[in-house]
Design a protein around this ligand. Structure first.
Ligand SMILES: Cc1ncc(COP(=O)(O)O)c(C=O)c1O
Length: 354
């Protein structure tokens, strides 16, 4: 089976992790700091704060902006559930806005009608590695004085006219093994705001300003030195891996004519965390045929967040027709940099036969 994702771990990662094991310093320390500095430089921001996962990065970022009970945060229903769950965990309420058919991302034209006196933030999700329309979103945020927390968990290195995602608002990244770079588990917050950075650092470490001196509510959301050592190596490899993903995506787009292939707007850099096509007729049958042919295609996501049992139970009864239709039509194909030319050719020919 050609897998949908494959972490690429080389000797450099193994040596870096072993060196940490031998150093005796295992929990958050100098490697984490070095990783934060390099990640901040990569995104073109002043600060990066490492966390234990993408989910805790999102939660910490929301808490650092003092979002909580009684607040509303506007986000996309077409995402991994962690985006909305992190909002729920602060006590705030996610408000779902439908997506654009072409980008699968939140539709800025539909946001304004959902802004109320309780709205504090917009959380755009750069799904599949494709940047949201940040011009539209930043304009709205500035008009209504809203915070922007970018869920960039799938979009390391994606950019609009050279400006990286995660540098528009407060950015949140995940380093889960399926992502464009990995630390096994891990996350990162990016920000240009000194105060938000300081608060995020406190929250991820029990609100501790000095040893055993606690000035804010916080938790243990720290990253380990092992993860940071691995992340430093992976970050150096990320640009060439992203180029390979883009190359693989171009190849597939050239070969595929019987499915709707991804569109990339002028000036937008898609890093193809996923290569997602739309199959208008019998997507689930297509998925099964591909599995039989040895292609590990997957559906991200078969049920939008507002229709998940938990959210139904919590009283979410929105009708979001584009997200609902996309969840029935999308199919992601392997596009990762570990694919051989033969595998890529096989994916294209099997999809062409659907
Ligand atoms: C869009 C999105 N948001 C949030 C997350 C949460 O990241 P993590 O799994 O590292 O907690 C993920 C990754 O799984 C994701 O894809």
């Amino acid at each position: 089976m050609i897998p949908i994702s494959k972490p690429l771990i080389g000797n450099e990662e193994k040596e870096a992790v072993l060196a940490v094991l031998e150093s005796g310093r295992l929990a958050q320390g100098p490697k984490v700091q070095e990783f934060e500095e390099e990640f901040a430089r990569f995104c073109g921001v002043q600060h990066a704060i490492a966390t234990s996962s993408g989910t805790t990065a999102l939660l910490t970022a929301l808490l650092a902006h003092r979002i909580g009970l009684g607040d509303e945060v506007i986000t996309s229903p077409f995402t991994f559930v962690a985006s909305a769950n992190s909002i729920l965990f602060t006590g705030a309420r996610p408000i779902f806005v439908d997506i654009e058919e072409e980008s699968y991302n939140i539709d800025p034209a539909l946001i304004e009608s959902k802004v109320t006196s309780r709205t504090r933030a917009i959380m755009p999700v750069h799904l599949y590695g494709y940047p949201c329309n940040m011009d539209g979103i930043m304009d709205l945020a500035s008009t209504h004085n809203l915070v922007v927390i970018e869920d960039a968990c799938q979009a390391h290195g994606a950019a609009i006219r050279g400006q990286k995602v995660g540098s528009y608002g407060t950015g949140c990244f995940s380093f889960y093994p399926s992502k464009n770079m990995t630390t096994a588990e891990g996350g990162m917050i990016t920000t240009g705001d000194d105060k938000i950075a300081e608060r995020a650092r406190l929250i991820r470490n029990h609100g501790q300003s000095q040893l055993y001196h606690h000035v804010a509510p916080g938790y243990n959301f720290r990253m380990t030195e092992l993860q940071a050592a691995m992340g430093l190596v992976q970050l150096r490899k990320l640009p060439s891996w992203n180029r390979k993903r883009i190359e693989n995506a171009s190849y597939l787009t050239e070969r595929l004519s019987n499915v709707v292939t991804p569109r990339v707007k002028e000036g937008y850099e898609h890093v193809f965390h996923q290569y997602t096509v739309r199959v208008r007729h019998d997507r689930d049958g297509a998925l099964e045929k591909l599995a039989q042919a040895g292609i590990g295609a997957r559906v991200y996501y078969p049920l939008p967040v507002h229709q998940q049992p938990l959210y139904r139970e919590l009283g979410f009864d929105d009708s979001l027709p584009v997200a609902e239709r996309m969840s029935r039509e999308v199919l992601s194909l392997p596009v990762h940099p570990g694919l051989t030319p033969e595998e890529l050719d096989k994916i294209a020919s099997e999809v062409s036969k659907l």
